[in-house]
Ligand binder design. Structure first.
Ligand SMILES: C[S@@+](CC[C@H](N)C(=O)[O-])C[C@H]1O[C@@H](n2cnc3c(N)ncnc32)[C@H](O)[C@@H]1O
Length: 282
């Protein structure tokens, strides 16, 4: 499936998942190289000058973490910095990739807390688990599954983070409903994601490479706010952290297949499950 109309992506949900999964399986295989983790050099399509992924973490933050956790980072922000994590909390990272944000969260919540990573791609899970072993992290778990159906009980998580993943989902309302369900009352949804500031051209919206590259599935700011509100979240905030064009975001040297601009942004997106919430739906 090379082309899909983003507006009907929900009807092609499984095909979208499969295309995205294969894309990130391939990225994980590239980073892992001959296998294992920690010392492998990154050969992913994003580089040091990438406008989306570069310079998201302070050197002191990532010091001592496995290179394959750092090099395989494909996020668009630093959600652990946004989330104000506290010792003893339970954190869930939606679409945890090679595990960098889970390892950073694990440090922040300490031995009394727990950090879960959830990802649907076996190759990423393998890399993440290898990185956790290398880092000596004992308060982490990497779970296999889709962010549209989180394999954790109701009200079991204090903070949900995510880094450049919600845009990839063909059913974002299901993702937000699940986030709300697993959060404890008063819990925080604090994610980094790509949003669209203007209009994307139709050819980009229809391009599966652009979907898997975190562009075609991105929501506008107002849409993000209203979907979070519909899921039950309050205190919704959207804070733009950097802007770039669609072509810059896709990396012309490796994955850009469609011409056309369209202003995009990385944003911190926050919402809270109301403290008095009793049910699972807003
Ligand atoms: C752009 S990468 C981001 C990875 C990580 N958050 C980071 O910052 O490096 C997207 C990740 O989300 C996973 N993913 C994408 N869609 C997913 C879904 N619907 N359910 C579970 N995982 C998903 C992919 O397998 C991949 O590991």
């Amino acid at each position: 499936m090379r082309h899909v109309d983003a507006r009907v992506a929900e009807r092609h949900g499984n095909a979208v998942h499969e295309f995205v999964r294969e894309k990130y399986a391939s990225a994980a295989r590239q980073v892992a190289g001959g296998g294992g983790c920690s010392t492998a050099e990154s050969d992913s399509c994003r580089g040091d000058a990438d406008p989306v992924t570069s310079d998201l973490y302070a050197p002191a933050e990532i010091e001592g973490l496995p290179m394959t956790a750092v090099n395989a980072s494909l996020g668009c922000g630093n959600p652990t910095a946004l989330a104000n994590l506290l010792p003893g909390q339970t954190v869930l990272d939606l679409g945890s990739g090679a595990g960098l944000d889970v390892l950073l969260s694990a440090k922040r919540v300490g031995p009394e807390g727990r950090a879960y990573g959830l990802d649907m791609t076996d190759e990423m899970l393998e890399l993440a688990r290898c990185n956790a072993r290398e880092a000596g992290a004992t308060n982490v778990d990497f779970l296999k599954g889709r962010i549209e159906a989180v394999p954790l009980p109701d009200h079991s998580v204090d903070v949900i983070i995510s880094n450049c993943v919600v845009n990839l989902s063909p059913d974002k309302d299901a993702v937000l409903r699940e986030a709300y369900r697993v959060l404890r009352p008063g819990g925080l949804f604090a994610v980094s994601d790509v949003i669209v500031l203007g209009e994307l051209s139709e050819n980009i919206r229809h391009d599966m490479e652009a979907w898997a590259g975190c562009v075609a599935g991105a929501l506008g700011e107002d849409e993000y706010r209203s979907r979070l509100g519909a899921a039950g979240f309050s205190d919704v905030e959207v804070q733009v952290t950097r802007t770039y064009s669609a072509n810059e975001a896709m990396g012309e040297s490796c994955c850009a297949t469609t011409a056309g601009g369209g202003a995009l942004a990385s944003a911190f997106i926050r919402g809270r499950k109301p403290a008095g919430a009793t049910g699972n739906n807003g």
